[in-house]
Each structure stands twice: as C-alpha cells, then as structure tokens.
Design a protein around this ligand. Structure first.
Ligand code: CP
Length: 322
C-alpha cells in the first residue's frame, strides 16, 4: 500500500495530479447535496494524538462525503492515557482492519513508525516539526485557484514569489509548503527571528530573511505562521508586542508586498500577534489584495477527499510514491 507521509521527494506531476483530483471535490462540496459514495464499505480511522480543529474535522467530513465509515480516536480519551505505547496502539488499529489511518502526533517520525506496522495506507495529518502534507497540498490548491481566478492559467507557480513568515523552526506547515512550492517552481522566501530559523534551511532551496520588510518586497503570496509557544524549548522569543512590531502582518506592512498580494495562514491564528484582524479578514475583489484564510479551510476538505480517494481506491496512480 501507499502512504502520504510527506511532500519531500514528490515530483511536480505527482503534486499536480493530487491538485487536479481535488478540483472535482471543490465542485461537489459547493452543491446542496455533497455525497459521492465511492468509498462505501471502507473504514477510515482518524487517530489524533495532538489537538486539531481544521485537520480532524476536514478529514472526517472528507471521508463521510466519500461514503466511508469514519471513526475518530482522540488520544486524550484513549488507552494512550493508561500508558499504551504508540506501536501497540498502531497494532490495535490495524487489527480492526481499517482501510486508511490518518494520524497526527507531536513527535516527528511517529507517523512513519505507525505506517511501518500497519497493512493499510497511512496519511500524515501533522507529525511534530516534520511535515503536514495535506496542508501543503491544500495551500498549493488555494494559490492555484486564486491565480486562475485572475486569468493566470499557464505555469501558475513558476517564479511565484511566496513569503513564509513566522516560527519556521517548529513549523511542519512551512516544511510541507516549502517542498510543494519549490518543486512546483515558486521562489520561496522564509522569514523568522534568528532563534526560530532552522540551521541550514537554505538547503531546501529557499532564501532566508530576518527582516520581514525586506522579505516582503514584491511578494505575491504572504503566508503567516502561528507562534507555537507550546513547542518552545528555551528559544529566545520576542514578547508578543515586539513580535508584532518586527514580524506581525499589519495592513501597512502588507503594502510592501506586490499589488494584489494574497494573504494566507494555516490557522489557528494569534490575532494581533502574527497577523492583524484587518488583514486576516481582508475581503478583496479578484486582483486586489485579499485574505484566503477561509478558502484554505474550504480547500482542506476537497484536498483530503482527493488524498483519501487516491490512496484507497486509486492506489495504482501512486505507484512509486513514498
Ligand atoms: N492548520 C491546521 O493544521 O489546523 P488544526 O491544528 O486546527 O488542524
């Protein structure tokens, strides 16, 4: 079976195949009745060892709209709390004959560990600081659709200037976006305070900045990240007020980006710290500056439908994938 553990190493045609697959589900999800019973009879387990709103709900909705039986396991109310190990938990889920398992875990690599122990496809819903592949895909889909709405159909990502700003060190969202967007030909700039910039990030073919205004010059997409205070391990982090001053996306600062720049944030947001409310809620005409944050959530459901469908029903389309 094939898994979706990360976007590192996927080829452009593999990424574009998944984006193309998602388009049909965007259309279905906009209909009054949102059912396609393609996965009827299959069981999908969402095993979440870390909190989530968007990812958990959208995987659940995605599985249900495709007709699968979806069950959620929350670590906080499971036998993990009684000390059951990750491997024993994986073997337990496997014995229930799931047809796909979706996992979120606080440790980088935990999802691969589980994938090696079970007989069905495993989808990474975010593992530690490693990857959040469906987020990278849904962000790419969101960008592609926004640019297509402006009539830019050819080579959408080629040379596109994207800034990813915030807690790059702890961000699996940043890593998956970097892999997807650089593979598709975008020019990715990452911006963070020195303590939150991983060493050697340039090896991922990105340009690193500590000065947000410099990073923003000419940017067509500005992706803000949450300051992940729960993952800090002694790093020096500016106070919230200082952080906003240096790295917060204010309306004024957005003016330094390209005209019509698109604003993104994977959520959950710290409003007033990494992004101001009047930027997060910016409703612009096509071609004008606009926030795509709620569109990202909408694309999340469609993208997860595509991933579940491809991994379970169209597995042969993924021959050779990770
Ligand atoms: N973007 C994202 O992963 O959000 P959740 O943590 O709410 O799933």
């Amino acid at each position: 079976h094939r898994n979706l553990l990360g976007l590192a190493g996927l080829a452009p045609h593999e990424l574009l195949f998944l984006l193309d697959e998602a388009e049909q589900w965007v259309e279905l999800n906009r209909q009054p009745k949102k059912r396609a019973d393609l996965l009827r009879g299959l069981t999908i387990i969402n095993a979440f060892f870390e909190n989530s709103t968007r990812t958990l709900l959208s995987f659940e909705i995605a599985g249900k709209r495709l007709g699968a039986d979806v069950v959620n396991m929350h670590a906080a109310t499971s036998s993990v709390k009684k000390g059951e190990t990750l491997i024993d938990t994986a073997l337990t889920l496997n014995a229930m004959r799931a047809d796909a398992i979706v996992i979120r875990h606080a440790s980088s690599g935990a999802v691969r560990l589980i994938a090696d122990k079970v007989d069905c496809p495993v989808l990474n819903a975010g593992d530690g600081q490693h990857e959040h592949p469906t987020q990278g895909l849904l962000d790419a889909l969101t960008i592609r659709r926004a640019l297509r709405a402006r009539g830019e159909t050819e080579e959408t990502f080629s040379g596109l200037k994207v800034v990813i700003c915030g807690d790059i060190l702890h961000s699996r969202v940043a890593r998956s976006n970097i892999h997807a967007l650089t593979t598709l030909g975008a020019e990715v700039r990452v911006c963070a305070p020195p303590a939150l910039m991983p060493e050697g990030i340039e090896q991922l073919k990105v340009k690193a900045f500590h000065d947000f205004d410099a990073a923003l010059a000419g940017a067509e997409v500005v992706m803000m990240l949450r300051l992940q205070l729960e993952r800090m391990q002694g790093q020096f982090v500016p106070s919230p007020r200082e952080y906003r001053h240096l790295y917060g996306l204010t309306l004024d600062r957005l003016g330094k980006a390209a005209p019509g720049a698109l604003v993104m944030h994977p959520g959950p947001m710290n409003r007033g710290i990494e992004i101001d409310s009047n930027v997060a809620d910016l409703v612009g005409e096509v071609g004008a500056m606009q926030s795509l944050i709620t569109t990202q959530v909408e694309m999340g459901v469609a993208m997860r439908m595509a991933c579940l469908d491809v991994l379970t029903r169209k597995a042969r389309a993924m021959e050779g994938w990770a």
